[in-house]
Design a protein around this ligand. Sequence first.
Ligand SMILES: NC(=O)c1ccc[n+]([C@@H]2O[C@H](COP(=O)([O-])OP(=O)(O)OC[C@H]3O[C@@H](n4cnc5c(N)ncnc54)[C@H](OP(=O)(O)O)[C@@H]3O)[C@@H](O)[C@H]2O)c1
Length: 279
Amino acid sequence: MSAIDQGVVIVTGASAGIGEALARQLASRAKTLILVARRRDRLEALASQLTAAHRNLEVAICECDLVDGASRERMIADIETRHGPVDVLINNAGVGDMSLFELTEWKKLDMMIALNVTALTHLTHHFVRGMITRKRGGIVNISSGFGLVAMPGFSAYCASKHYVAALTEGLAMELRGTGVTVTQVCPGPVATEFVHHIGDNFMEQDAPSIIQISAEQCARSSIAAFDRSSVLTIPGFVAAFLTYWGAALPRWVRRLVFTLAVPILRKKQLAMQASKSST
Ligand SMILES: NC(=O)c1ccc[n+]([C@@H]2O[C@H](COP(=O)([O-])OP(=O)(O)OC[C@H]3O[C@@H](n4cnc5c(N)ncnc54)[C@H](OP(=O)(O)O)[C@@H]3O)[C@@H](O)[C@H]2O)c1
């Protein structure tokens, strides 16, 4: 039996996108779902839909800005007091940055690292210890294809997701034989609000539909990977093919090819910033 079944499951970033889809799909299996995000109204709406559809499910809402360390500490204490041991932690909350490194603001990078790296590490470090003691449980880290292949225009975001990839791989080795598993999910483009929160979008259009998957498909693949104790999954056939292919290329080939895009990206972003500052 998976730790999800009749378990206490935390989903961070449950107010939208992949996190919301995960919560909907886990609702028929978990005993308690703990939904974490900043937008309380969205969490409340989701919680009332889930409890109406699943009579035996308990849904708890944690309004928390995960960037803030003191808020995370309060949230952890509150969860443990109210719900006891946590069986599954899904670190899904994350933000992106699409920018040439020197053109992005430090404040934005600082916030992204605090969420994608520090909050994920803090929650994992806290909850994994109880799981190891109980010899039961698991963690799902929603990373990205950018956690496996670096790209210009996304350097800091890629770096934050490479951190998640390295942490998950190392942790998976350390956890072997403990009864606790860790899974990283490395999607390509997923149709969510993610890109709208990203700021300057020099791609100017959505990812091609052949590579983009839905939040529901991403959530389904993530849960299936966790159930079979996979350390790594890349949802979507096309994204998986391109990511494995990209990661298999020698680094110098990737560098040579991707570097060609840099002058175009820089020009586009400078033009975007100039037109913003003139309005
Ligand atoms: N969409 C893609 O193309 C894609 C591709 C690869 C990987 N991913 C990864 O998938 C994960 C989920 O992304 P998504 O596409 O579902 O994005 P999304 O639709 O923008 O949802 C992001 C979620 O994170 C929460 N969040 C953001 N900042 C937070 C904070 N400071 N504290 C607490 N919660 C916070 C948001 O809730 P509130 O705003 O209510 O706080 C929201 O629930 C991310 O880790 C992302 O890096 C996405």
